[in-house]
Design a protein around this ligand. Structure first.
Ligand code: NAG
Length: 281
């Protein structure tokens, strides 16, 4: 009898611990840590191509403006929450920050612009007059065109097709610190290895954006999650549905675009190990 009561008590205590832990683990789990969703900006339709300026902690992104089907580039200062749209640009769609100079580049329907951060106004460059899909800056300015899906690089005052990609199509691309190139086209995700000059297919994910963290590590987002990518390996960081794009905060937190908002995954510091699930069984 005593033993039964004792066993019952143990079971009860265990059940409570599990219940607590389930509560603390009901957010989004990233690397075994529970995270809660913090809304950074609401009422922005399908935010796309997020780019974070680590210098000013300002996030640039495009969204579908309510007045028709035009794309507009906007910014939100993550320190002050100040939000505004970028003026002086036709169809702001692609956003990128040069990690070295902190210059902000925006691709529109008639070329590439540089943003004056004091007035948040875009000034057109003479890099190209093409309709831009995406821009990525790593020492040089890389960009892709729409609808022909060609990849270009602007280097030493000259614009040419990215030689490493050549005739292959590329909708989205990223360049890492070794100048390896990651790109996405309708055939899949590819990695160009600068050291040996080879190109490998590294995944069949439907990529909707490439991004990097403050240490120039490369990530990409798909409609179902955020992945980190290094050389030939792709690792899932978090699974979330209906993602339109992502950026990585200076502290490594994931910022992602949802259907109508921009969300940051904030760590609660609570470990949600798989051992608990074993206990639960
Ligand atoms: C995508 O890129 C790969 C690697 O360069 C290439 O083999 C393939 O033909 C490309 N797909 C398209 C549709 O261009």
């Amino acid at each position: 009898m005593k033993l039964l009561i004792l066993l019952g008590l143990v079971a009860l205590t265990k059940a409570r611990v599990i219940a607590d832990d389930n509560e603390n683990c009901n957010g989004v789990i990233v690397n075994g840590i529970n995270h809660e969703k913090q809304i950074l900006k609401e009422n922005v339709d399908k935010p796309y191509q997020l780019a974070l300026d680590y210098d000013t902690n300002t996030l640039y992104f495009s969204y579908t403006a309510t007045d028709g089907s035009v794309f507009r580039s906007a910014y939100i200062n993550l320190k002050t929450n100040e939000f505004g749209t970028i003026k002086g640009i036709r169809g702001g769609f692609a956003n990128a920050v040069d990690p070295k100079t902190h210059k902000i580049y925006i691709g529109g329907s008639d070329g590439i612009y540089v943003v004056n951060e004091n007035s948040q106004t875009a000034v057109k460059t003479d890099i190209t007059d093409l309709n831009i899909w995406q821009v990525f800056v790593k020492d040089d300015v890389y960009f892709t065109s729409y609808p022909d899906e060609n990849a270009y690089v602007y280097k030493d005052g000259e614009t040419k097709i990215v030689p490493e990609i050549g005739d292959a199509k590329a909708m989205l691309l990223a360049v890492d610190k070794n100048h390896d190139i990651y790109y996405y086209n309708s055939s899949g995700v590819f990695h160009y290895n600068k050291a040996d000059g080879t190109t490998k297919n590294i995944g069949d994910n439907t990529v909707n954006g490439f991004t990097h963290d403050s240490n120039d590590n490369i990530f990409f987002s798909t409609p179902t999650g955020v992945y980190s990518v290094k050389d030939n390996s792709v690792t899932k960081v978090v699974g979330i549905n209906n993602i339109y794009g992502a950026a990585i905060a200076a502290d490594g937190s994931i910022i992602y675009a949802a259907d109508n908002s921009i969300v940051k995954l904030k760590s609660t510091g609570h470990e949600c190990s798989t051992e608990l699930e074993v206990l639960h069984l």
